[in-house]
Design a protein around this ligand. Structure first.
Ligand code: SF4
Length: 328
């Protein structure tokens, strides 16, 4: 089964079935997909389109999810006071100066809930981004309860001409956890949103956080089996981080034992255990999260950057002679 999976996804002829891994990575990496699909490096540009969130504006709640502090991952060029075009231009300059150059970009509607507005407003915002000559598609971050058929039908239309991914904050597969973290939606709503999106052949992204209150290692690992049955295209994993100026910061200070704060070595083995149980067709986009140190109270991995941690994960997979889906 593994052989056919990797042939299908990577188009490679694997001559030595006992040890095919020397040719390919041990997990289904989204970066490989992007490279194969677009033929070059693609950079995501965060856009703050000025949306809010029903869990903040009073529609569902006012306090938000207990870990939420959108400033912690907002790049300096990203501000709702600027037009989308201006943010894209400044974002391109920001990335060109600091990181490797890219020619093509995905506009990443990231902070808050980016389908939480009237359809006509969404059309204006998405279309402005897609009109930029260097933008080849959109990544739309949102909540599962902020999409409906009308919005998904429009996104489907866009996806016929552009690369479009809708990323859902899933965070946990357990309703008890979703209650504890004050998400304001259920896992059943997450499943419905994912299925409705996938039904329209739109890429579906999902986020999952490890270390949330009430979840031990075995409960977290069981999520691999649950997710494997959903039509998810890509997934991002986050270790729980305690971020300043959030509800979770106060809860952590009162009772730190209710949270599972991973140490790096423990996380690496845990995330490999998780990957082994995951459907190999789901692409993994990110294994860890990082926030600027000034926002972090607990849960970071020191000075190591995400790409350095990824190297450690891949090295450990090699040592363990394992791969995504081995136990799926
Ligand atoms: S849904 Fe997102 S933006 Fe809204 S409160 Fe939760 S984490 Fe914050």
């Amino acid at each position: 089964m593994q052989y056919f999976y990797f042939r299908r996804h990577y188009g490679q002829t694997l001559n030595n079935l006992d040890f095919p891994w020397k040719h390919i990575r041990r997990f289904n990496a989204y970066t490989n997909y992007c490279h194969n699909t677009f033929g070059e490096r693609i950079q995501k540009l965060s856009i703050n389109a000025g949306f809010t969130c029903p869990n903040r504006d009073g529609t569902i709640g006012t306090k938000g999810c207990i870990y939420c502090n959108n400033s912690a991952f907002n790049p300096s060029y990203c501000s709702s006071l600027k037009s989308i075009t201006q943010q894209i231009n400044e974002g391109i300059e920001f990335h060109t100066v600091r990181y490797r150059k890219a020619n093509k970009y995905l506009a990443y509607f990231q902070p808050f809930s980016n389908t939480y507005a009237h359809l006509e407003i969404l059309k204006l915002k998405y279309e402005e981004a897609l009109q930029h000559p260097q933008v080849i598609g959109l990544v739309i971050g949102t909540r599962p309860d902020c999409v409906d058929n009308e919005k998904l039908d429009f996104i489907e239309e866009l996806s016929l001409k552009h690369f479009i991914s809708v990323e859902y904050g899933m965070e946990s597969c357990y309703n008890e956890t979703l209650n504890l973290i004050n998400r304001g939606h259920t896992f059943e709503q997450t499943i419905k949103a994912i299925e409705e999106t996938a039904k329209r052949s739109i890429h579906v992204g999902a986020h999952l956080i490890f270390g949330l209150p009430g979840e031990d290692i075995s409960k977290m690992l069981d999520e691999a089996t649950i997710i494997s049955k959903l039509p998810v295209t890509t997934i991002k994993f986050h270790q729980l981080q305690i971020i300043k100026d959030t509800t979770i910061e106060a809860q952590f200070n009162n009772n730190p034992k209710q949270f599972h704060i991973f140490k790096l070595d423990e996380y690496i083995d845990f995330i490999i255990d998780f990957t082994e149980r995951m459907n190999p067709a789901i692409m993994i986009e990110r294994y860890t999260a990082e926030v600027p140190p000034r926002y972090l109270v607990k849960g970071g991995f020191g000075l190591l950057r995400t790409d350095q941690i990824l190297q450690k994960i891949e090295k450990r997979m090699e040592e363990r002679k394992t791969w995504q889906g081995r136990l799926c």
